[in-house]
Ligand binder design. Structure first.
Ligand code: TUI
Length: 308
């Protein structure tokens, strides 16, 4: 399937992988790219040197292009932004902030820049500053989210900008992919579905929790201090939401979640860890390879889109 995004990035299928902290390592990024999508190394809160090493390991596993996601709240964002240029990375997504200050440096180095936005206003601003595309991410997504749903955000962003729009939030199969195309997207960004892939180095307990998740198992923590994070419900979220309701301070809440994503992804602590996952977790029933995930989405979507 050819779209403006497959052309822009030189990839086979219009599927890009989310930049998930702790999950988007070289094995996953390489597998998604090798399967014809765009795999990304998630910079998260890692140092420039760690990201550089992940990029190099991914390049040993695939000749296809791989990207990097810069988490803009990271204390290492400046370093990671520089490493991207030094390592000849061709595509970048950014999250949790405004990447304006890196835009000139990346553009001059020929990097395609695709900021993740959660509002029309930021999408327009990113276009003005030279973004090549935007990822319009609805609040169905896992992790740090905005307030608008994918169904409402994507068409409004499509109407507001002239650059291609990538839809994110709630897409895990060919139906979601086809729906995103109907909203005017030129590609989708997929996160949670790839967490439950054979190549994602994620503790089995975490994958199992996503597989077992029901439609209503999703919670949003951190709303009270303006950093909403979507996760699957567990002991940690129950405690968090109780404290939040009782007016706990930012510091107390931070203390509860410190290192909690690592705890879930690496140690498999699904009781006290932070199980970041999108609302679509309930749809995911089995682990597959990245190639199977992408092929299944594309064949289901192509069949649906032909009917139109
Ligand atoms: O970034 C994400 N999702 C993430 S980042 C992350 S790591 C993290 N862990 C703990 C606390 C905070 C982050 C986990 N999940 N998605 C992209 C995204 N960006 N969603 C929403 C936004 C966003 C929100 C506000 C982008 C820009 C923005 O405003 C920027 C501005 O200055 O106007």
């Amino acid at each position: 399937m050819k779209t403006k995004i497959t052309e822009l990035l030189g990839i086979e299928y219009p599927i890009i992988q989310g930049g998930m902290a702790w999950v988007a390592e070289h094995t996953l990024a390489a597998a998604v790219s090798q399967a014809g999508g765009l795999g990304l190394i998630g910079g998260a809160s890692a140092s420039g040197d760690i990201v550089r090493s992940e990029i190099r390991k991914a390049k040993e596993l695939t000749d296809k292009p791989i990207g990097v996601n810069v988490m803009l709240m990271s204390p290492y964002a400046d370093e990671v932004a520089q490493v991207i240029v030094e390592e000849g990375i061709k595509a970048v997504t950014t999250g949790a902030g405004n990447p304006e200050k890196y835009m000139d440096m990346w553009k001059n180095a020929g990097v395609k820049v695709m900021p993740v936005v959660a509002s029309v206003a930021l999408a327009k601003r990113m276009e003005k500053y030279g973004a090549d595309a935007v990822v319009a991410e609805g609040c169905e997504s896992g992790g740090h989210i905005g307030s608008q749903t994918t169904m409402c955000l994507v068409p409004q962003v499509v109407d507001a900008v002239n650059i291609p729009v990538i839809a994110a939030g709630g897409v895990a199969d060919g139906r979601g992919f086809a729906a995103a195309m109907m909203l005017g997207a030129e590609a989708v960004q997929i996160g949670t579905r790839f967490v439950v892939s054979k190549e994602a180095v994620v503790h089995g307990n975490y994958k199992e929790r996503i597989i077992k998740a029901k439609d209503i198992d999703s919670e949003i923590t951190g709303q009270s201090y303006g950093h909403p994070i979507r996760v699957l419900r567990n002991k940690m979220t129950r405690e968090y939401l109780r404290m939040e309701k009782e007016g706990a301070s930012f510091e107390e809440l931070e203390h509860l979640t410190l290192g909690s994503l690592r705890k879930a992804v690496v140690e498999g602590d699904v009781v006290n860890g932070s199980l970041m996952a999108g609302q679509i977790a309930g749809l995911i029933k089995e682990e597959k390879t990245c190639e199977e995930i992408i092929k299944d989405i594309m064949s289901q979507a192509e069949a649906l889109l032909k009917i139109q």
